[in-house]
Ligand binder design. Structure first.
Ligand SMILES: [Zn+2]
Length: 299
């Protein structure tokens, strides 16, 4: 818990999508036009001088994402490594420490191997199509402590490995995600774009597990890393996708998550892709994976 409270507050704010300049940002809790939210690096807190909103890292996440205390802690735990990685400029751009060393990892994905925990997670819990698991080259490994991890490779459109997400397969364990140094886990499943034909539907998911479910349901899909945190590079890429002549006849589709961040992401994407079409989830389904599990009939 203290670790979450000690995360740099400005890093948390930026991860939530706020733009921090000189320890200030626009206040997301009232209609703000001049930055009135200020951050105290010493106390690791925020305070708005207009609406009075204030608190630490957990309060910021609770209020901004409209989450309970526990859910906010979970969110921070998941984002922990990314916040530290992205926010703290550990090295200057282009230095060997900073860049992702794909050659170190590529071989893991040449012959993917799934341990029992990974099989249980992918096939029993998520009921994914084995062809999708192969297409995505999901693999698994165990660390020195015997903790099983699912390894998800991120490729760019040309099929170059650009990042890896490690997901802890032990239920409730923290941290839930880990990323090797320099991993660029932006938009997921970019190689699918090469398979698009005019008139095709392209689904946009939130997070790779929803993307796997969409693929297993027979859709073409990419995923955005997580709500509220589209990076500039991802935005450019999406805009480009919407603008290129080839894409004129691509229909962009989305099942927004049944919560506030999901709605926010949809509206954000709709600005970039005006023809993005909303598919509402039935009540009681929090995301597409949920819906998929309720509708899919395994053979
Ligand atoms: Zn305010």
């Amino acid at each position: 818990m203290q670790k979450l409270r000690d995360l740099p507050i400005e890093g948390v704010a930026e991860r939530l999508g706020l733009q921090v300049r000189m320890h200030k940002s626009l206040c997301p809790f009232h209609d703000d036009s001049h930055p009135s939210l200020s951050f105290s690096v010493r106390r690791n807190t925020f305070r708005c001088f207009v609406c009075g909103a204030s608190g630490g890292t957990i309060d910021l996440v609770m209020r901004f994402l409209n989450k309970s205390f526990l859910d906010a802690c979970r969110w921070l735990a998941d984002e922990h490594n990314i916040i530290l990685d992205v926010w703290q400029p550990k090295c200057t751009k282009g230095s060997p420490l900073c860049t992702f060393d794909a050659s170190r990892y590529e071989r893991f994905f040449e012959r993917p191997w799934l341990n029992d925990e990974a099989r249980r997670f992918l096939f029993d819990e998520r009921r994914l199509d084995p062809r999708v698991v192969r297409w995505c080259r999901l693999t698994s490994w165990k660390d020195k402590q015997g903790v099983p991890w699912l390894q998800t490779p991120y490729y760019d459109r040309e099929g170059r490995l650009v990042g890896i997400q490690n997901r802890n397969l032990v239920k409730g364990a923290q941290p839930r995600f880990r990323f090797p140094q320099g991993s660029q886990c932006g938009i997921y499943n970019l190689p699918v774009l090469n398979l698009l034909r005019p008139g095709d539907e392209l689904y946009i998911a939130e997070g790779c597990s929803d993307c796997w479910s969409l693929l297993s349901a027979g859709h073409k899909a990419i995923a955005i890393p997580s709500a509220t945190l589209l990076k500039k590079k991802d935005i450019e890429q999406l805009k480009h996708l919407g603008d290129s002549p080839r894409s004129l006849s691509i229909n962009f589709e989305m099942f927004p998550d049944n919560d506030l961040p999901g709605e926010r992401l949809f509206l954000q994407l709709k600005e970039l892709l005006p023809n993005l079409h909303r598919h509402p989830l039935p009540p009681g389904c929090k995301d597409f994976s949920d819906y998929y599990l309720q509708t899919e009939r395994p053979p």
